[in-house]
Design a protein. Structure first.
Length: 132
């Protein structure tokens, strides 16, 4: 397994676990039956941090759809390098920071973390097109 695939796997696993805390909050707010039921307009609202966390999770999934194929293309074309490894590592840490600061409601750091993740994706694109 290339190091890029290792970081992709860690990113997928991390993203796959992002739902756990906000579902636990849903259980705490609505009870187990309420958390397992279909959404209804009269549902008790979740904690503000959990709402932000759900948005961060959605954003992580949306960006994983871009990141994962880029890493797979880099791998399939055997273009891995110190640049692609750094991009994959930066993406992982940027997404983790984005999730945490979004949960905490820290807007500027959230945006900066998102931008670092975008730059990591851009670096992979530049490597694929042999510009970088």
């Amino acid at each position: 397994m290339s190091k890029e695939l290792f970081w992709l796997t860690l990113t997928i696993a991390m993203t796959g676990l992002f739902w756990v805390p906000y579902i636990l909050d849903r259980v705490a707010c609505r009870g187990l039956a309420g958390a397992m039921g279909n959404p209804a307009p009269d549902d008790k609202p979740q904690s503000a941090w959990a709402v932000r966390q759900m948005k961060a999770h959605t954003n992580a999934v949306e960006n994983l759809v871009i990141f994962a194929p880029l890493v797979l293309i880099v791998h399939s074309l055997t273009l891995w390098s110190s640049t692609t490894l750094l991009a994959c590592q930066a993406y992982f840490w940027a997404r983790l920071v984005h999730y945490v600061v979004c949960t905490l409601g820290i807007p500027v750091v959230r945006t900066l973390a998102f931008f670092v993740g975008f730059l990591a994706q851009a670096a992979l694109v530049l490597v694929i097109f042999r510009i970088l």
